[in-house]
Design a protein around this ligand. Structure first.
Ligand SMILES: [Zn+2]
Length: 321
């Protein structure tokens, strides 16, 4: 399938592995887009205050489904100028859209949706593993895109209202002709390693006993490696000599890309800054494995597999880095 990412190895992170063909070469074609919006086989997911519509389980723990609806009912739920994003073409050749229906006060009781399902928080749905990973990836795309439009209604150059273009992948300013594109904010998240130990830290506001990888936004003019080295120096006083990339995770809160790395520390000396980090510690491979698999003494714990930090620690424990 042209444009499909399915030939790539599977990414271990939730919200990755989006199966859609985004058809970027067609998004500028208004006729093609209008045809897809009018196609009776095309589907949209209603999004209310950034929460996707989901259909209930048929039996306990059988899993929920995304509440894909035929495009024909869209006019019942959203005004003609509502934000409607083209997501892509699925494996069955159907065009999928996401529509913001936040203007409705009580959407679960709207005639078109009443009794069919409910709106759910995406993070909660992901943590509960109630939707398939590929559906979560599609919803992450939908959430980030709609969120961007709802917060970027005005041109950042001249302050006048801007309008959506190219199926949602651009906003244009009719006044000054500036073009604006959906943004992705890169964040580095990294696990320093020294011999048989890895370094984890915790913030005061985290749940008791939780330790995780350190993270921070990449700054303008900075490489991934430089951001990793700077953040570790600033937050933990650690010096690293090498940075290797592990995997990335789209993180739709609102539109980050978590770039997971491992780093080789020069020495074990560290000093937490007391601001970003309140505590840090080196943990050897065996202890990290025990914590990761729930066989530790219970005094500390790591984020669940939902988080890329978990995958970074897991790779270290398994000796693949
Ligand atoms: Zn403008």
């Amino acid at each position: 399938m042209p444009g499909s990412a399915m030939s790539l190895p599977e990414n271990p992170n939730i919200f990755a592995n989006n199966p859609l063909d985004r058809m970027s070469e067609k998004r500028t074609d208004a006729d093609w887009l209008a045809e897809k919006r009018a196609d009776p086989t095309s589907l949209f997911v209603p999004m209310w205050r950034l929460q996707p519509f989901v259909l209930p389980e048929s039996a306990p723990n059988s899993g929920k489904d995304v509440g894909w609806m035929p495009m024909a009912i869209l006019p019942e739920l959203a005004a003609p100028d509502a934000v409607v994003i083209f997501l892509g073409i699925n494996k069955r050749g159907k065009a999928l859209f996401a529509a913001d229906i936040s203007a409705i006060k009580d959407p679960e009781n709207a005639p078109a949706l009443k009794g069919l399902g409910s709106f759910g928080d995406l993070r909660g749905l992901a943590m509960a593993s109630e939707l398939s990973p590929t559906e979560l990836a599609i919803l992450a795309q939908a959430k980030s895109m709609i969120d961007w439009h709802l917060r970027h209604g005005f041109c950042s150059v001249c302050g006048q209202p801007s309008v959506m273009a190219e199926a949602g992948y651009k906003r244009s300013c009719p006044s000054c002709k500036a073009e604006h594109f959906p943004r992705t904010d890169p964040v580095v998240i990294m696990l320093p390693i020294l011999g048989q130990s890895c370094f984890v830290g915790r913030q005061k506001i985290w749940p008791k006993g939780m330790f995780s990888s350190l993270a921070g936004f990449i700054e303008p003019g900075e490489s991934i490696e430089e951001a990793v080295a700077r953040e570790l120096k600033e937050e933990a006083g650690l010096t690293v000599s090498q940075v290797t990339y592990h995997s990335t995770q789209p993180w739709p809160y609102p539109s980050s890309l978590m770039i997971g790395c491992h780093a080789v520390a020069v020495t074990g000396d560290y000093q937490v800054d007391g601001v970003e980090l309140s505590e840090g510690r080196w943990i050897n491979r065996d202890d990290a494995r025990a914590v990761l698999t729930g066989k530790g003494d219970g005094s500390i714990w790591f984020p669940p597999s939902f988080a890329i930090a978990h995958q970074l620690i897991k790779a270290f424990v398994e000796g693949t880095v």
